[in-house]
Write a protein that binds this ligand. Structure first.
Ligand SMILES: CC(=O)SCCNC(=O)CCNC(=O)[C@H](O)C(C)(C)COP(=O)(O)OP(=O)(O)OC[C@H]1O[C@@H](n2cnc3c(N)ncnc32)[C@H](O)[C@@H]1OP(=O)(O)O
Ligand SMILES: O=C([O-])CC(=O)C(=O)O
Length: 370
């Protein structure tokens, strides 16, 4: 038995949800470029869950259902109030999602119908949890979700308590489309491993949030912003990046396990970053990002991934830096739950082997003689 480090190149399941073939990303056979330009996040979530794009009435039905399920139990809000104000936002989300199960009587109902309902409920409640956490830590009361509006609209509304700007809604909605699913990425794999024991959907999504949090995965979008802030100005980009590369340090938001010739989602986020910069009259973050790309691609051949330009996009939308990864979770909840449903449909316990590299033939010495 020989181990493959990081399971690189290992095909661990079949799936009909999304594919990456020759650098092209599709959800259910639809190219991400097409979806990014022509579909809303709710249409994409429907596509991931049901395998087809919705008709207008199916879409209206889903938006209505998401609205009806968006409020979170009062007990969970009470718990959020007890979280330390400076706690990590992904740790808060992970704990809060796990708590949702305590208040759902159908949490352990494994019927298909109950699991689809829970997928929709989780998708609806995650934005509410994040916005409530963000307000409570600033000493503000949570804002109740609105019915009949998109997730992008509702999230920005619940975060700020104000009717969101349409440019911001459109940008966030497109970002949600771009992040919704990505084949067998680490957090989706974590979700599938968890539910393959026939554990419940809340356990699967809680595992996934834990995996997404890390800076080698979803946490990279926040890490990109930390780096941009550390660089501080366009003039500092070149010396900063050159020093990092000379030290063989990783540049966050670059590289990918699967894409070696570039992440097809990055160009959409780059365009969004440029357009938002122009609209707000502040191009500095965009220009710094472009310069970083020029240096990292030029010297290392590494291309930006989905996390790189999302940092300047979210900052221009005035979203706090530590909510970038939770926003990724809002979007990826659709993919995680679609994968969990698919796993239940054709389940087998996921249990690979390890190549043992430890000592052999050891004998126990009585404790007094050790
Ligand atoms: C949504 C997402 O999850 S997208 C990914 C988000 N993560 C990041 O942006 C973090 C930065 N990027 C990385 O750490 C990596 O590129 C990963 C984890 C995404 C993929 O990595 P892997 O396929 O495991 O490649 P690995 O980390 O082994 O790197 C291979 C080589 O490229 C280098 N490399 C990879 N990414 C980077 C980077 N961002 N900056 C500098 N060098 C890098 C490594 O140092 C290594 O070099 P070496 O062979 O000289 O030691
Ligand atoms: O697929 C991966 O390894 C990481 C990624 O880009 C994603 O989850 O969107």
């Amino acid at each position: 038995m020989t181990a493959t480090k990081g399971l690189e190149g290992i095909v661990a399941t079949t799936s009909s949800i999304s594919s990456i073939i020759d650098g092209v990303l599709t959800y259910r056979g639809f190219d991400i470029d097409d979806l990014a330009e022509n579909a809303s996040f709710e249409e994409v979530a429907y596509l991931l869950w049901y395998g087809k794009l919705p008709t207008q009435s199916e879409l209206d039905g889903l938006i209505k259902r998401l609205g009806e399920n968006a409020a979170v139990p009062a007990g969970v809000i009470d718990q959020l109030k007890l979280y330390p104000k400076n706690t990590n936002s992904m740790a808060a989300l992970r704990t809060a999602v796990s708590s949702l199960a305590l208040y759902d009587e159908s949490a352990n109902d494994m019927s298909k119908e109950a699991n689809i309902q829970k997928a929709i409920k989780l998708q609806a409640q995650i934005p509410t949890l994040i916005a409530a956490f963000a307000r409570l830590r600033e000493g503000k009361e949570p804002v109740a979700p609105k019915a009949g509006v998109s997730i992008a609209t509702n999230f920005l509304y619940m975060l700020t308590g104000q009717e969101p700007d349409q440019v911001a809604v459109k940008a966030l909605d497109q970002a949600l489309v771009l992040h919704a699913d990505h084949e067998l990425n680490a957090s989706t794999f974590a979700a599938r491993v968890t539910v393959a024991t026939l554990s419940d959907i809340y356990s699967g999504v809680t595992s996934a949030i834990g995996a997404l949090k890390g800076p080698l995965h979803g946490g990279a979008n926040e890490a990109v912003m930390v780096m941009l802030e550390e660089i501080g100005s366009f003039a500092n980009v070149e010396p900063f990046i050159n020093a990092k590369l000379a030290n063989k340090e990783k540049i966050m938001g670059f590289g990918h396990r699967v894409y070696k010739n570039g992440d097809p989602r990055a160009k959409h986020l780059q365009k969004m970053s440029r357009e938002l910069g122009k609209l707000t009259g502040n191009m500095e973050l965009y220009e710094m990002s472009v310069k970083i790309e020029e240096l990292v691609t030029g010297q290392k051949g590494l291309k930006p991934n989905v996390d790189f330009y999302s940092a300047s996009v979210y900052t221009t939308l005035q979203i706090p830096r530590d909510l970038f990864t939770p926003i990724f979770a809002i979007s990826r909840a659709s993919g995680w739950t679609a994968h969990i449903l698919e796993q239940y449909d054709n389940n087998r316990l996921i249990r690979p082997r390890a190549e043992y590299t430890g000592p052999v033939d050891q004998k126990v010495t009585p404790i007094a003689q050790r």
